[in-house]
Write a protein that binds this ligand. Sequence first.
Ligand SMILES: Cc1cc2nc3c(=O)[nH]c(=O)nc-3n(C[C@H](O)[C@H](O)[C@H](O)COP(=O)(O)OP(=O)(O)OC[C@H]3O[C@@H](n4cnc5c(N)ncnc54)[C@H](O)[C@@H]3O)c2cc1C
Length: 445
Amino acid sequence: MSRSRVLIVGAGFAGYRAARTLARTARHTTEVTLLNPTDYFLYLPLLPQVAAGALEPRRVTVSLSGTLPHARLVLGEAASVDLDARTVHYTGPEGGHGTLAYDRLVLAVGSVNKLLPVPGVAEHAHGFRGLPEALYLRDHVTRQIELAAVASDPAEARARRTFVVVGAGYTGTEVAAQGQLLTDALVSKQPRLHPSPPRWLLLDIAPRVLPELDERLSGTADKVLRGRGVEIRTNTSVREATSDGVRLDNGEFVATRTLAWCVGVRPDPLVEGLGQPLERGRLLVDAFLGLPGHSEVFACGDAAAVPDLERPGEYTPMTAQHAWRQGKVAGLNVAASLGRGVQRSYRHKDLGFTVDLGGAQAAANPLGIPLAGPLAGAVTRGYHLAALPGNRIRVAADWLLDAVLPRQAVQLGLVRSWSVPLDTASPELAQVPGPTPRPPEGETR
Ligand SMILES: Cc1cc2nc3c(=O)[nH]c(=O)nc-3n(C[C@H](O)[C@H](O)[C@H](O)COP(=O)(O)OP(=O)(O)OC[C@H]3O[C@@H](n4cnc5c(N)ncnc54)[C@H](O)[C@@H]3O)c2cc1C
């Protein structure tokens, strides 16, 4: 009997878990293909630590073929889905094109940087959604500190050691917290910069940091960051960005060469092209993660609007916690749709959140219990180690080394500004100049 072809598009939290679930429950009856632009699963919550040099980049990646040996990995990005023909067209890593046919499809393409119509932002800001952007930020920040140390113009030196992060959600808050520790470490090696410490600003239009999380987490983060000298500007947004700095909505101009844009994410544009009902850009699915009218298609994670059965009338938020658990349900429901087991609806109560503030500091509320300080730090790191599907010993070793050794103050300069544009559908890949058309790369199966 031929095996059913299951195609999973996207190997992040949701897609990776769906593939792993299928490998465990229906390995002998399904042929699982993973279509993903990279050969690794990226553990996004630790990305700010990569940007700050606390973790080396490969630590937050988990090899897909190494950990999912029963899935066939096709490197590429889905360009379009033909729901009637049950095929997905994709572009491969070297520019060629291919088509994959499926009996069951799981869409788990995640999200990309959210843009706002603010003049100059697309040109001068960088997002924080992929590994190339984290590598770019680490190098860029290091370079600014090095250039500030030798700048003869005091205004230029001040601008270079001023860093602006827009968006005080968990991404922006962690980027500012980790970044500030990095620049402090770099400056301590540059006697020429003393006594002018780097300046970090964290802005948000909301009245508090971490506006989407519990107020106690917000209070802890606010206290830790302000205590370290980070300037938190709430109820503040950016009116314009230029190559020399940013103008805030109160008219103040902040001279800077660094604008990190962490205002949130929007679903991957692929789902728009399906022509199916969307909810704020996310593909609307039912509580079984199925696409209404297409019993062979499932969607989960950031790209899907999944009814939140714990909060009727709402959709589950875009978090790793939900994506990971939805991936499991998607895998089980795909297997059930092929006659193995029964379909189940997705229901999950938030287990709390952790925000790593760098060093030994964190804000966390596991199971609703608010924690701060080193205890929260230990819980946060323990949570990440438990949640990582691989590389745990390497991550723990990096943390140990970081606790006892100084950070490496070097910039490799491998990711340039133009290769990580803010406006991109592929934050997981660094852009390359001038794509050359290539012959077909894949077959229709
Ligand atoms: C810096 C940062 C920190 C975060 N920290 C936390 C945290 O502490 N806790 C938490 O709960 N959440 C956190 N999140 C949010 C969390 O990471 C996301 O909600 C989660 O990754 C969503 O999972 P997903 O599987 O939907 O998408 P992803 O994990 O992003 O995976 C999507 C996958 O699809 C691939 N893909 C995209 N487009 C295509 C295409 N066209 N064709 C093929 N493949 C494609 C991508 O390469 C990727 O592998 C953080 C996010 C960021 C950016």
